[in-house]
Write a protein that binds this ligand. Structure first.
Ligand code: ACO
Length: 333
């Protein structure tokens, strides 16, 4: 049922990262790179890889924990959205696989591909379903098994990414103090040539030639993407703050996509937010694409660092280009 004051809020959350830790030394031993280069250029010290898992297997433990924490019957979930660019298969969707693994009987769902902005795009989508009354409880998972699409001989990309996933449950509340208040999301396909996977889709189906040419891996023009990310992420974030009359001191946490410490720093600086209010775990996980933001939220929540009513700004930039910013107030007491 649609009600006037119905707003979507995060009622539970959890995360999962593989146990296997790969430090920068792992790459130092194999490639012409150094721990010093990786740390100073990106902020990354280590990341997790799960070489024998599909993304649904990263999402499953996070989803199970989020449901258990909420104390609800899993059958009360009526919509599953999986944000990922590394689905287990092109089809069926990861949402279908997850639904089956969880044993949820009466729900529907789908995958959403917006690269590093996947979680924010899915959050805004889920929010609309909740606000309209079309869904009561959404399970939203964001995560990627980036190791599946990395060229481990390309030092300019393989050192940047990691595997991991987060899960949230989104529900309705009529408490005016909490929930998702605003979202400012963008796409621009002019960025398509600067961060992409050349083959494997319908434009260039897999063949012996595409495999031999290593066309099933991430290709990135790092410098171009860096420049676009610094401007894009800071712009949409500043707009969200302005149109919600938020000053830096009103914001409890900036939750930026974890692609590069320097991009995170530039966004925080534009907002006027001090570094102690910025969630950062890129040093431990690298860029887990759709996983970074829910991973941050879940870790900070576990550590008791997010309080009821806290104002959070979530921001991302990724392949497409896709980018955006979401303003929410924390609803878990
Ligand atoms: N070790 C040592 N040297 C390296 C490495 C490495 N791992 N990688 C690149 N280099 C070299 C380059 O070859 C280059 O050498 P050259 O000057 O002789 O040509 C030099 O280091 C500098 O390269 P740059 O690309 O200019 O380095 P930069 O400071 O820009 O850092 C980086 C590269 C980290 C990739 C940065 O550009 C970046 O973070 N870009 C944005 C990433 C991003 O936000 N992506 C979007 C999200 S991801 C998604 O949506 C899936």
């Amino acid at each position: 049922m649609k009600t006037e004051n119905r707003r979507a809020y995060i009622s539970s959350l959890a995360h999962y990262v593989p146990e296997e830790v790969y430090s920068n030394q792992f790459f130092e031993k194999r490639l012409d790179t150094s721990d010093e280069w990786i740390r100073t250029r990106t902020g990354i010290s280590e990341r997790r890889f799960a070489f024998n898992k599909g993304t649904s297997e990263l999402m499953l433990p996070a989803a199970e924990k989020a449901i258990a924490r909420r104390g609800i019957d899993k059958q009360d979930i009526d919509l599953i959205i999986c944000a990922t660019i590394t689905p287990d298969h092109v089809f069926p969707s990861t949402a279908c696989l997850l639904q089956n693994k969880l044993g949820i009987k009466h729900c529907w769902g789908f995958d959403l591909a917006a690269a590093c902005s996947g979680f924010l795009f899915a959050l805004e989508t889920a929010r609309r379903f909740i606000e309209s009354g079309a869904a009561q409880r959404v399970l939203l998972c964001g995560g990627d098994r980036m190791s599946a699409i990395l060229d481990f001989e390309d030092r300019s990309t393989c050192v940047l990414f990691g595997d991991g996933a987060g899960a949230i449950i989104l529900e309705a509340s009529d408490d005016p103090e909490i929930g998702v208040f605003d979202a400012n999301l963008r796409i621009d396909g002019a960025g398509k040539d600067f961060l992409y996977m050349p083959a494997g889709g319908s434009a260039k189906p897999p063949s012996a030639e595409t495999v031999a040419n290593k066309e099933h891996y991430v290709v990135q023009d790092g410098r171009t993407v860096f420049r676009a990310a610094v401007v894009g992420m800071a712009d949409v974030t500043a707009e969200v703050m302005e149109r919600n009359n938020l000053r830096a001191e009103d914001v409890a946490w900036l939750v930026p996509h974890q692609a590069n410490m320097r991009i995170i720093g530039a966004t925080a600086e534009r907002m006027g937010v001090s570094s102690d209010k910025v969630m950062v775990n890129i040093d431990r996980y690298g860029n887990t694409t759709a996983g970074t933001i829910p991973l941050c939220l879940s870790e900070w929540y576990d550590a008791g660092k997010i309080q009821y009513g806290d104002r959070l700004i979530l921001s991302s930039f990724g392949a497409g280009y896709t980018w955006g910013s979401v303003y929410l107030r924390w609803g878990i007491k």
